[in-house]
Write a protein that binds this ligand. Structure first.
Ligand code: AMP
Length: 429
């Protein structure tokens, strides 16, 4: 029984990583504040029915689903959106729109573990519900840009597409939704040749096959040019044309609002989740071949959950992958590092005094550890050195009689006697 390990796909965050994860989470929370997104905390366990309703095959098959002891079919959440949509369909049903909602926490998918892919992973999730306007889509992209910039990442690229283009074409060709979803899933997996073969099998017009093929190949950084070519491809399909126009408006708003976003428009871009109805996006970085974030517009999910018709757009940022990208790019965390202090009693009888002095410093907001191993002074200082403490405070009998302690600057190896009432100022200064 002595060799327990984490379950496959699960991992521990050791202090350095935990600190980085919380740092990234803090940056996401700051963006939520700046953009007026209110945090909600939803349960990790939700009904299987809710989570599977519109997730798409990829996610559905990878859920941690089980019967609880009461016989309910439940699952660990594989994403936040169904929980947020559930709230908007129920508790928030009659509240004034729009809702700007933020969640952060762990998600669970039985994915095949590999670099940047875990079975428990973390996301910050932003949902803007109640608006069908392109400025809402633009806001989600812009806040993601601000977030990634705020953690110090560079060279990331937004990939933007629109599911309304292909869905619009297929709808006009009377293709069943089941078949459309299948084609989109193949495209999501970048199995384009197979997707085209499926389209042919379904039995659409020759023209349709040609257009789909052309769309799949259409991508590039000159967003206006690509959108122009998309427009040519969808000429006769009204719904698809509307989608292209919507995409163009979103891109225009972003370009006019914030010039420093790198965007690739990709007409053949599809995402596995079935609930998307409009623009979809993903963020990539050259150092990794997996996406840092993904999202899009889903205008019908809340209705599907029995709520009022509520158009919505959202994005999930993969915090584990953002951390990985920061490590790859050598991104440093902001140096708002607090001073670290250890208090060491010079002998047994002074333990209580050491605790008292430590508490006084904590009261002033200073991080303090107390020597609890009963080590001799030399050993305790050696340990403080090893752990890169900024100061050691040595509580000795002689100094204490004068209301003082010895303050040792660990890096410079100098120490002097300091009055206890001046200690806070000296450590902070
Ligand atoms: P999705 O909605 O599936 O695109 O997920 C949104 C984001 O969550 C992705 O872009 C990833 O950054 C992150 N993510 C999804 N699945 C995993 C996973 N298994 N491990 C780590 N991060 C993940």
């Amino acid at each position: 029984m002595s060799s327990f390990q984490t379950v496959r796909g699960m991992r521990d965050f050791m202090p350095e990583e935990a600190k980085m994860m919380r740092y990234i989470e803090g940056k996401a929370r700051r963006i939520a504040e700046l953009y007026g997104y209110k945090e909600i905390i939803t349960p990790v366990v939700e009904s299987y029915e809710l989570l599977s309703a519109k997730a798409g095959e990829e996610v559905r098959l990878r859920m941690y689903a089980f019967k609880d002891l009461g016989g309910r079919m439940v699952a660990l959440r594989p994403e936040f959106t169904p929980s947020v949509a559930r709230l908007v369909a129920t508790t928030l049903r009659n509240e004034p729109r729009p809702f700007r909602l933020f969640c952060v926490g762990s998600l669970y998918r039985y994915d095949e573990p590999q670099m940047g892919r875990y079975r428990e992973f973390w996301q910050s999730n932003f949902e803007l519900m109640g608006s069908n306007k392109p400025e809402a889509d633009a806001e989600i992209i812009m806040l993601t840009n601000d977030f990634l910039r705020s953690v110090g990442l560079k060279n990331y690229v937004f990939k933007v597409g629109h599911v309304g283009v292909l869905r619009g074409i297929f709808a006009q060709e009377n293709v069943e939704e089941k078949n459309v979803n299948e084609v989109m899933q193949l495209m999501d997996k970048k199995a384009y040749a197979e997707a085209v073969r499926r389209v042919k099998e379904i039995g659409v017009s020759k023209k349709c096959v040609e257009n789909v093929q052309r769309l799949i190949e259409l991508k590039g950084k000159d967003t206006l040019e690509i959108v122009g070519k998309m427009r040519e491809c969808v000429g006769e399909y009204d719904k698809a044309l509307e989608a292209v126009e919507n995409l163009q408006e979103i891109l225009k708003l972003i370009a006019e609002g914030e010039s420093k976003i790198t965007i690739t428009v990709d007409a053949g871009f599809a995402r596995g989740l079935e609930y998307y109805t409009g623009a979809i996006f993903e963020v990539n970085i050259p150092e990794l071949d997996i996406a840092l974030a993904g999202g899009g517009r889903y205008d019908r999910l809340i209705e599907l959950f029995g709520g009022e018709p509520t158009p919505a757009v959202g994005i999930a940022h993969g915090l584990d992958r953002i951390m990985l990208a920061m490590q790859k790019q050598g991104t440093k965390m902001d140096a708002a590092e607090a001073k670290k202090v250890v208090v060491i009693p010079a002998k047994e009888e002074l333990k209580a005094d050491a605790l008292k002095i430590a508490n006084k410093l904590r009261g002033a907001g200073i991080t303090v550890e107390v020597e609890v191993m009963g080590r001799k002074m030399g050993k305790a200082l050696e340990d403080a050195d090893r752990r890169k403490m900024d100061y050691a405070i040595i509580v000795g009998e002689r100094e204490l009689k004068d209301g003082a302690v010895v303050l040792r600057d660990m890096a410079n190896r100098v120490q002097n006697s300091v009055k206890i009432e001046e200690l806070v100022e000296r450590v902070k200064g």
